[in-house]
Design a protein around this ligand. Sequence first.
Ligand code: NAD
Ligand code: IPM
Ligand code: MN
Length: 365
Amino acid sequence: MHNRQFHNPPQVCVVAGDDAAPEVVRPTVEILRELAPEIRFTEAPCGREAQARYGTPFPDVTREAIDAADCTLFGASGGPSRPILWYLRWNKETYINVRSVRWIPGYRSPMQHPERIDYVIARDNLEGMYPPREGDVAELAALPSSGSWWMAPPVEKAGAYSIKVSTDEQMQRVANHACQLALQRQAAGYPGRVTLGAKYSIQPRTDGRFRAIVKEAVSQHPSLTYQEFLVDDMARRLVASPEQLDVVVLGNEHGDILADVSSGTIGGLGLSPSACYGEDYAYFEPVHGSAPDLAGQGIINPTAMLLSGALMLDYLGYNKQASALTSAIEQTYREGSLLPVDQGGQAGTSEFVQAIRARLSEHGS
Ligand code: NAD
Ligand code: IPM
Ligand code: MN
């Protein structure tokens, strides 16, 4: 779905992120180095450490390292590294965030039939209510008046507003990417179903337009089927009937929120990877944040980060290594003798990573 030429050997920028994120990023990079020794990893300074050393959480050296690399592996921002995340999204135009939701035996899911959960979320990564554009309600006095009195903004009251923007170009490429994902998955035996979740009933100009664009894009591919649900009902369906989902298309803020719901259905944020693709760049990060409550305890689950690393290996063309890593993780969970703390086990981050590494060497990768 991209036509980028990578460096030979490929170059990866690593941004470890804030709070507990480095505790999953660094062991992930170690495993990736073992799997693909020729890839060049460069860890770039970020966040509080960069602030202390360079006087900014996002120094030029980091921007240069991101630009020079084929892609970036990003931990998570707990605040200080946020400008870097913004750069990876808007400056590198990584327009789509693909968040796979797949239960693996051994994951501690609260669902009765977690074995049916296997779909991907295709989330708009650039628009909607992001980047934040907010202001004072008084500024809305300049808007042309329309509709009934209760629709007019209460400009005489103190308060704030937030803006949602959806461009045709962005909605179109999100829709196209979702179709390509559905086609790819269909070739592997999935049903080829694209399901839109949006608030088209209340926001006809933005979500209504998104609905029309996604529907039209899907209709261009006769083997695919289109389904749509209002996003509140979509949220229920993630829990009540996830087995009916294949590729779920969501706007930016809806995708942010619902991806955490989906993650909850398979067993939690420690397990959910993601990839953000643009035409010329990609970065890989877990769905979870910087888990400040776990920082320094050595118990954060590295699975989401490792699986994001596997998605990166796939992107760079190391498909064999990506599936070796995914299988090693699956086997470790399936066997279940050693599990991370959030999955009901007692293994700390390093012990769990060590178990996965042992599996990988058993299989001679
Ligand atoms: P969070 O995802 O960091 O944590 C939510 C809960 O899940 C916490 O109890 C945490 O301990 C747990 N958790 C998260 N990852 C885990 C893991 N790998 N293993 C085990 N448990 C895990 O969300 P939050 O607490 O709402 O946010 C913390 C910070 O992270 C905030 O500053 C938020 O903005 C940021 N954030 C960043 C990103 C990103 O950089 N892409 C994503 C989400 C949140
Ligand atoms: C995510 C996060 C980010 C978002 C934050 C850190 C800005 O929650 O990637 O899921 O809201 O997109
Ligand atoms: Mn989020």
